[in-house]
Ligand binder design. Sequence first.
Ligand SMILES: Nc1nc2c(ncn2[C@@H]2O[C@H](COP(=O)(O)OP(=O)(O)O)[C@@H](O)[C@H]2O)c(=O)[nH]1
Ligand SMILES: [Mg+2]
Length: 401
Amino acid sequence: MIRGEKSAPWRARARATIDPVQLSIIVPTYNEAPNVSELVRRVSAAVDGLDAEIVFVDDSTDDTPDVIEAVAATAPLPVRVIHRAHAAGGLGGAVLEGFAAAESDACLVIDGDLQHPPETIPVLWERFERGDVDLVLASRYAGGGTSGGLADRTRVMVSKASTAITRAMFPVRLRNVSDPMTGFFLLDRRSVDQALLQPRGFKILLEILARRALRVAEVPFDFADRHAGDSKASFRQGLHFISQLAALRFGKMSLFAVIGGLGAVANLAIVWALTQLGVDYIVAAVIGAEATIIGNFLLMERFVFHDMRDQASTGWVRFAKSFSFNNAEALIRIPIMAFMVESWHLSAVVATAITLVVAFVVRFVFHSLVVYAPRKPDAEPSAARRFVDELDRQATSPGEL
Ligand SMILES: Nc1nc2c(ncn2[C@@H]2O[C@H](COP(=O)(O)OP(=O)(O)O)[C@@H](O)[C@H]2O)c(=O)[nH]1
Ligand SMILES: [Mg+2]
């Protein structure tokens, strides 16, 4: 129904209520029956004094919708449930459906399992109400936030690594965002172009942030343990996430890979040609490696990171960083490979392949986050810069005569 409409449908929505709802709280649920009543109780207590509503968008196969209806009957604030027969777009699709159905333009999204403490809602609201941002997100990784509720060490690692890679892939859009994967955020839905969004799986916030430049603020929060039930995050969701990232940022990383591949071929060709000419193979290998590193840098400048050069440090600094990184990487990679062969008894080919794949990802992260990092916007201008600016100001200001 709602997703079919193409032109900013929620802008035209009439406000029918006498008491306009200030905040719509959207809760996507999939088999969360044992958590509903506690969630509604804690949310109601947290938003006391605010005209808020709760909109559950439910794809459950259990009795969650019935439980919500029962809780709604006695809740101190309006509670609705939209049960979807077809769970289109999964969690992301549910959130968009919630935006469309909300009474208010201020839409807050919160998980239904109490991993997001409802007591943080007033903090998000307070920040949002200042009016200078489109979106406020609750971050596990901002100062004071914690991720204690992640199930185990593996999930913590997966979460941190995927956050780092994601930020590396969107260094400009996610410059001020420490937790682009959080499911706990408050936004003005008018700032989101729903026609652009293609919800895939779990990470709707990333999609929202990547598609359009928004004014974003963060507040820290403590990611808690689940109140009851099991997580729906799965290996399949992980694959979904990778495809979402690839689809959002396919261009950059794939070009990076193509250039890296071309570089490897060029490297081999140079070594072959030089040894044919009688050059010592060690010398040939060094020349081949360095020529490839320089060639790759020039191609990356031209084709991969061209849109980020203006905001980054100067060309020579970028070159120095990239050159040092690639040389250090080559130096470190060989002993690690040797270690894998000696201690883990992997074959040399497998060890090389593993180190090359890891090196590829690390190289991409390093180039996105460090080599092409945007200059600090609030850095003090240099003395020379101030002098030139002053000269310019004087030269263009109206003359006395
Ligand atoms: N509507 C809807 N909600 C979902 C779906 N998958 C997960 N959820 C809800 O999204 C929230 C986060 O999911 P959860 O399983 O806790 O993921 P985790 O916190 O990453 O382990 C919970 O409230 C789930 O009930 C889905 O396909 N549809
Ligand atoms: Mg959860």
